[in-house]
Design a binder for this molecule. Structure first.
Ligand code: UD1
Length: 416
């Protein structure tokens, strides 16, 4: 089933516990292979991207199984170093396995993850960092053959703070001899969660969350139990939904600090937000006002992943809001779909201007990508009438069960 139907116009009321973070669990699943033993992950969201990672782990020879609420990976039986093309294509972040396979096995073979719905997604920064550690990487027509029998730690400066390149370099550096210092590293909280997982296995990593990360090459020494951090973008989605529809929602298991740019924007738009570490309450009349220019930026700036979601919340605001997308080239594909619902949005290159309309109307729309799909949920909940959303497999890559969660807040929503 690949369609969600929403009867819009209801206020949202209630409490919700936020799922574990997709962008944290994916690199951590790659990291499990560094240790020839068991990793137990708690709070791991059941997402299609997680299932894709499990298929890669099993292909590599690991055991990866759900045991009640825990995802347990045993990488002691790992005996392969290749990832076939069909598994690489299932999700873009499969490339993070490269650094981990090299660190554990000394060689790796996998295909290029290629582009995606957000436009070209180059991996040049990943490859440059691994080469600097001493890996020999050959790109043969989109197929990567890599050997790294002896990697040596050194100072590596990323030319831009790429999240994936930072994670790949951290994992490879665990298998290098001596110290690696990563400069201009991405500062996203999910990287700090990866560090905390690696430390749990006995790796020596410090500095994650800042732009300098130091890794002392060292084989992991023990089994680990780790709880995945809460998903700040899922939290932003449910806040935006309540902001747009009106009502009052309390989110549990969130980090207020990680959401500060999103909550500041919603506050500026007229929502009341209270709470502290661990929980957050948002109250909204449903009718918001426009806000100052929203510019996406690496953390701690406004997250590109929340751009479409905030845009959807502001469709019925008073006045006009300007968005500037600085991270991905092709991140306004949801705009045409939102316009089918009556939104007034004009796009020129990386700038989008949202002029608030009095009402949105239900329509048949299609998800263009994961967060664009989440934006359609937010808009559908605030619209008059029935919205049918197609291609919801995009949404299920990042949201465990949005229908269950939004229903628990009183939304009229179902899979069809
Ligand atoms: C991660 C997140 C994604 C989020 C993005 C930016 C995961 C699984 N995904 O993606 O949800 O939207 O961070 O916060 O964590 N770039 C290069 N060369 C490279 C790598 C990246 O030019 O080798 C560019 C990209 O094209 C993009 C920018 O750097 O313009 C940021 O990308 P990056 O931080 O690497 O994003 P991802 O790790 O792919």
């Amino acid at each position: 089933m690949s369609r969600i139907v929403i009867q819009g116009g209801r206020k949202l009321e209630g409490e919700l516990t936020i799922q574990g973070a997709k962008n944290s669990v994916l690199p951590i699943l790659a990291a499990t292979i560094l240790h020839p033993g068991r990793s137990v992950l708690l709070g791991c969201p059941r997402l299609s991207d997680v299932e894709a990672s499990i298929r890669i782990l099993r292909h590599l020879g690991c055991q990866a199984d759900w045991e009640d609420e825990a995802l347990v990976v045993d990488a002691s039986t790992l005996d392969r170093w290749d990832i076939p093309d069909h598994l690489m294509r299932e999700m873009r972040s499969s490339v993070i396995f490269l650094g981990a396979i090299l660190a554990r096995m000394g060689w790796a073979e996998l295909s290029h993850p290629g582009g995606c719905e957000l436009g070209p997604r180059p991996i040049d920064l990943h490859l440059t960092a691994l080469r600097q550690l001493g890996a020999d990487l050959r790109d043969e027509g989109g197929f990567l053959r890599c050997t790294a029998q002896h990697m040596e730690g050194r100072e590596i400066t990323l030319s831009l703070p790429s999240v994936g390149a930072t994670e790949n370099a951290m994992l490879a550096a665990c298998g290098a001899e001596g110290e690696t210092v990563l400069l201009n590293a991405a500062r996203e909280p999910e990287i700090a969660d990866l560090q905390s997982f690696l430390r749990g296995m006995g790796c020596q990593v410090r500095g994650a969350g800042s732009s300098t990360i130091c890794i002392q090459g060292r084989r992991p020494t023990h089994d680990v139990v780790h709880t995945i951090m809460p998903d700040r973008i899922a939290a932003a989605t449910y806040l935006a939904a309540a902001a747009a529809s009106g009502g009052q929602v309390a989110l549990r298991r969130i980090s207020h600090r990680h959401l500060s740019t999103v909550t500041a924007a919603l506050h500026a738009a007229g929502c009341q937000i209270t709470g502290g570490e661990g929980q957050l309450i948002l109250r909204s009349e449903g009718r918001l006002r426009s806000i100052g220019t929203v510019r996406t930026a690496p953390y701690p700036g406004f997250p590109t992943d929340a751009q479409a979601i905030l845009m959807a919340a502001l469709l019925r605001s008073q006045g006009a809001t300007v968005f500037v997308e600085n991270i991905f080239e092709n991140r306004y594909r949801h705009v045409d779909e939102l316009c089918r619902m009556g939104a007034d949005i004009s796009v020129a290159d990386r700038v989008a201007v949202v002029t608030g309309v009095t009402e949105l109307y239900g329509a048949e729309v299609r998800c263009t990508d994961l967060r664009g799909g989440a934006a359609l949920l937010v808009a559908g909940l605030a619209a008059q009438g029935t919205t049918g959303i197609g291609d919801v497999f995009h949404i299920l890559r990042g949201y465990e069960d949005p229908v269950r969660d939004l229903r628990s807040l009183g939304a009229d929503i179902r899979m069809a």
